[in-house]
Design a protein around this ligand. Structure first.
Ligand code: SAH
Length: 222
């Protein structure tokens, strides 16, 4: 681990401690922190932002999109309480950074990205970095990825106007979904959704957050 990435880990730990009343614990799971240490964030940001790669903030990745703040990536990953046999669906591949973090914890990650250019770039980047248990598709995340459903967990990394019913359907009974809900660039709520063994949905508010919007387009083809 480089010195810069140690600062990022320290920032995540500090943020976690400061938000402990919302989260209900003051530390993230060891396997999440291990994954955050292992993924080289500098390989997921544009060259002009390399110096900021390990700062605990979002960065622009082109096409008006961002790579999420490391603390939020770690927190959302932790909330899913993942185990190594899990199959996870991510909506909003973006840079592929969150995808890489998940891939070190679970068996298989499927990720859907609406902007073709970002999906292609993330796929190539993750292959170059030797992440082998990831599949990426260009498409509209509101529809999920039904061919590989059901999923043990679903993570949505853009703010949706409502909870997409396809994603609830594609979640296993006993599964968890983490999703920001709210208006674009305004107040959004990070929700943790549990689907119990009887298919009943329980929703818990975690934290106020700020994400780019989950758009309704079928595909944005550059
Ligand atoms: N997880 C990413 C965060 C990227 S920001 C990372 O770590 O880099 C959110 C991403 O969601 C953007 O790339 C955006 O293009 C994508 N997105 C927006 N609406 C979408 C939709 N309907 N379906 C799939 N992806 C979408």
């Amino acid at each position: 681990m480089t010195k810069a990435s140690e600062y990022m880990i320290a920032d995540i730990e500090r943020n976690m401690y400061q938000t402990r009343q919302f989260i209900g614990k003051d530390q993230l799971s060891a396997h999440v922190m291990a994954a955050m240490r292992a993924v080289p964030r500098d390989k997921f940001v544009p060259p002009e932002f390399k110096a900021l790669a390990y700062a605990d903030g979002p960065l622009m990745i082109g096409h008006g999109q961002t790579i999420s703040q490391p603390y939020i990536v770690a927190l959302m990953t932790d909330l899913l309480e993942l185990t190594k046999d899990d199959k996870v669906l991510e909506i909003g591949t973006g840079s592929g950074y969150q995808t890489a973090v998940l891939s070190l914890i679970v068996d298989k990650v499927y990720s859907v990205e609406v902007i073709t250019a970002l999906a292609d770039a993330a796929e190539e980047r993750l292959q170059d970095l030797n992440y082998t248990n990831i599949e990426i598709r260009a498409g509209n995340g509101y529809e999920g990825w039904p061919e590989h459903a059901p999923y043990d967990a679903i993570i949505v990394t853009a703010a949706a106007a409502y909870i997409p019913s396809a994603l609830i359907e594609q979640l296993k009974p006993g599964g968890k979904m983490v999703i920001p809900i709210g208006l674009p660039y305004e107040h959004q709520e990070l929700l943790l959704i549990n689907k119990n063994e009887q298919d009943k949905i329980e929703t818990k508010f975690i934290l106020g957050v700020s994400f780019v919007p989950l758009v309704q387009e079928k595909l944005i083809d550059y």
